[in-house]
Design a protein around this ligand. Structure first.
Ligand code: SF4
Ligand code: SF4
Length: 97
């Protein structure tokens, strides 16, 4: 009989094993891995939403004034939003502690 999932060592796990409950990705704050973060310039932003479309982590949201900003709990700092922002409203800056 198979052991409960939490009793396997990582070397015993099967390739492709799912180790978390379905639908639990919001619990994992992947922003911890980030070394760079996007900073949005609302003067240059034209609210086109291109950054939101391209973010691979769905980590861009809108504030109360409908400007776009990053959800730093989940942003990994990949820089794709800054690269795709054609008005140049996003700058990647070094993350501080
Ligand atoms: S892509 Fe740039 S200009 Fe467009 S909404 Fe995002 S930050 Fe604003
Ligand atoms: S840096 Fe990457 S993960 Fe963070 S908001 Fe931009 S596209 Fe998304």
């Amino acid at each position: 009989m198979a052991k409960p999932m939490d009793q396997y060592t990582w070397r015993e796990l099967l390739v492709g094993n799912v180790i978390s409950e379905p639908g639990s990705s919001q619990e994992y704050k992947t922003g911890d891995w980030r070394s760079l973060k996007p900073v949005f310039d609302n003067v240059k932003c034209i609210k086109c939403g291109v950054c939101w479309m391209f973010c691979p982590d769905n980590a861009i949201m809108q504030d109360a004034d409908e400007f776009f900003c990053a959800d730093l709990d989940y942003c990994k700092g990949c820089g794709i939003c800054a690269r795709e922002c054609w008005p140049g409203a996003i700058a990647m800056t070094e993350e501080s502690k």
